[in-house]
Design a protein around this ligand. Structure first.
Ligand code: AMP
Ligand code: ZN
Length: 666
């Protein structure tokens, strides 16, 4: 055997053993022998670097570091699911579908709804080429290096019926045993335990160091194959094919010939869920026939052919030990119950949100009360009831604080709002620190290297009155804090200076105006074009902007009405921060440079304007009509027939929105 053949044979063998162990749970060789073979492969690869393969079994151990995850457009949008909570919801759903399809009966698949982080895996010629998070559904983060370390994700597959290119979707989950072991280790090391498996799983995907991901006992369960070819007739066939191709599809799915069968599945799993080694938050019911799925299509948020059935939340009783009040960066006060730690659905709960003053009053909560705690969809569990039978005599009712727990300023509450606020925006420490932390965060000014502690120290030492002061900081100011090394201090100063290139919309988001999130900031930036125009806008003008209501409008007005804020803006202006929309915003990539597109028809994943904007962001040009200069016609549904004819006669390629997105990602 040549070296190449030896390497290839070992890789093939190890991929198969990996599958036997992690997917089938039925290994045929000992762990020891596996390790020996892996070591042999590693030695061969090291001696012969020209045979490097990113998908070799040796690449699972991690090692790659991703500093910034690349954003990738999904070729097929990743939708969310509609929720149902009872049988009637499901019967109504069935009626709606039958009406659209003009049929009397439908059959379904029932799968468990795994509670983790969604992932989209792409395979080209049997090789895993990309793993992308759901993100906002339209685009997600490329987390390939991290996903490769998960053993149940095949790096290479072969099967006679494998399409050249396909995408498969699934859920990255953290089994309970692994989660509890990780927490035990953290508690032993004096660290805060993780809140729940789902968040830990999704957090793991975004770790920069894939070595750390490799050390986490993550798993990947698959549930949907997407391809531009129609490969299967039913979802059942697709699940069986995925299993045959070497993916891990939990065996608990069924084919339900009718709604009755769906109901019995729901009852069965409502009962059995706690015996599973991982968390599920319900069942997903899908129309089995794929041609029906296609006909039913999608709403703007979710497929019409699938429905999540959410289980009733599990509940336990425990005792209220204390109530603490957290102050957020916008001054919003959140009361949090400190509970006697209790096991709930496989994780330890010791805090619960109490939302606001009305919520506490509504419960008539007393200290030391026995309370019912439930885990809903939220990160932090909630208190749903007080068991007054167990109330201690003379117990003291919980009275909402009247003053800020951090700066003692009397709290305020806007009419029609449940939340209390600390109005001392510029004097209250957690608000000052929180605003700077928000300002430098990745989606805002993206200033690296400043930790929460450094910000706290800088604020306490009056180096920072507001985030605008960041631009006056020198390395000499930073070095004495936390004994920062000269080099890291200089890097921070550099990162701060570099942030003056961040575009206006993100600056606007970074300012931390209450209710102005990323989307609102983009809309405002686009509409007003500059901070001055925005600062001078009246409530009425603000309200003319798409999706801006009076609540946001008043918040924006309130922000610019404060003299302190206007002064901060002036400081930012002096520092050279972008306070105007850049007319010729630099393209996101040059993937489409020198290409001319005509966009026509109605699309599924984008509006026509979104597609045009997307093309321009990637350096392409848009034409109104087809000529010999046109490079591609991007065609949606109901496109005018004359355009199509013209493109065909001129020999101009006609592509779909998916193909366009693939060009961007290539
Ligand atoms: P939601 O985020 O609540 O709208 O629910 C949609 C998510 O459920 C999808 O993005 C998937 O990540 C997840 N999910 C878990 N199990 C399944 C399954 N068997 N089929 C489809 N989606 C699932
Ligand atoms: Zn305060």
């Amino acid at each position: 055997m040549t070296i190449a053949e030896q390497i290839s044979a070992l890789r093939k063998e190890l991929h198969e053993h990996n599958r036997r162990y992690y997917v089938e749970d039925d290994p045929v060789i000992s762990d020891h022998l596996f390790d020996q073979k892996l070591a042999a492969l590693k030695a061969l690869e090291e001696a012969n670097p020209s045979f490097f393969d990113p998908n070799s079994p040796t690449q699972r151990v991690g090692g790659a570091v991703t500093k910034n995850f690349t954003t990738v457009m999904h070729a097929y949008r990743m939708y969310s699911l509609d929720n149902s909570y009872n049988k009637q919801d499901l019967l109504d759903w069935e009626t709606r579908m039958c009406k659209i399809l003009g049929v009397d009966v439908l059959d379904y698949t029932c799968e468990l709804k795994y509670d983790g982080a969604s992932i989209s895996l792409t395979y080209v010629n049997g090789n895993l080429t990309q793993a992308v998070t759901r993100g906002d559904g339209v685009q997600g983060d490329d987390v390939t290096n991290n996903v490769k370390t998960i053993h149940s994700v095949p790096l290479q597959i072969s099967s006679s019926d494998l399409p050249d290119t396909f995408t498969i979707r699934g859920e990255i989950i953290l089994p309970l045993a692994g989660f509890n072991a990780m927490n035990a280790a953290r508690i032993k090391a004096g660290e805060e335990p993780y809140m729940n498996p789902r968040n830990t799983a999704s957090g793991s995907l975004k770790l920069q160091d894939s070595n750390l991901v490799a050390a986490r006992p993550l798993d990947c369960f698959l549930y949907q194959i997407v391809s531009d070819q129609s490969l299967f007739k039913t979802q059942l066939d697709a699940l069986e094919a995925a299993t045959r191709w070497g993916f891990y599809v939990p065996k608990h799915y069924i084919h339900a010939p009718n709604m009755e069968a769906v109901f019995s599945y729901l009852e069965e799993w409502e009962e059995k869920r706690s015996s599973l080694p991982y968390e599920i938050d319900g069942v997903v019911i899908k129309v089995n026939q794929l041609n029906y799925q296609e006909e039913l299509g999608y709403t703007s948020k979710s497929p019409r052919w699938a429905m999540a059935y959410k289980f009733k939340a599990e509940a336990v009783e425990t005792q209220l030990e204390d109530v603490v009040y957290q102050v957020g960066r916008t001054g919003a006060i959140t009361p949090v119950a400190q509970l006697t730690p209790v096991l709930l659905g496989g994780t330890i709960v010791k805090r619960a949100s109490l939302h606001n003053a009305d919520f506490i009053a509504g419960l008539d909560l007393h200290f030391s009360d026995t309370v019912s705690v439930e885990k809903g969809g939220e990160i932090i569990p909630k208190i749903t009831a007080v068991n007054t039978n167990k109330r201690q005599q003379n117990s003291i009712p919980v009275r909402y604080v009247t003053n800020c727990p951090e700066c003692n300023t009397p709290l305020e509450r806007n009419k029609d709002e449940a939340q209390h606020y600390c109005p001392n925006a510029h004097g209250c420490m957690p608000q000052r620190v929180g605003r700077v932390a928000h300002f430098i965060s990745r989606k805002a000014m993206d200033i690296d290297g400043l930790g929460a502690e450094t910000i706290q120290l800088m604020t306490q030492n009056n180096l920072l009155f507001s985030y605008a002061d960041l631009y006056n900081i020198t390395a000499a100011d930073l070095i004495p804090l936390e004994r920062l090394a000269e080099k890291s201090a200089q890097n921070i100063v550099k990162a701060i200076a570099a942030s003056t290139a961040v575009p206006f919309a993100r600056v606007l988001f970074a300012l931390g105006i209450r209710y102005v999130g990323q989307t609102v900031a983009k809309k405002l930036a686009q509409h007003f074009g500059s901070i001055d125009a925005l600062a001078n806008a009246s409530i009425e003008e603000l309200e003319t902007v798409d999706e801006i209501g009076v609540r946001i409008a008043e918040s924006v007005r309130g922000f610019f009405a404060l003299a302190e804020n206007r002064q901060i803006i002036e400081q930012l202006r002096t520092a050279g921060v972008q306070l105007e929309q850049d007319k010729n915003e630099s393209p996101v990539s040059n993937a489409l440079a020198d290409l001319r597109f005509v966009v026509s028809g109605v699309f599924t994943n984008f509006s026509r304007d979104e597609l045009k904007a997307l093309i321009e962001q990637h350096g392409g040009k848009i034409g109104a009509s087809i000529s010999s200069k046109t490079s591609y016609l991007v065609a949606g549904d109901n496109m005018g027939p004359s355009k199509k004819t013209k493109a065909t006669t001129l020999g101009i390629p006609i592509i779909s929105e998916q193909e366009l997105v693939m060009m961007l990602n290539a």
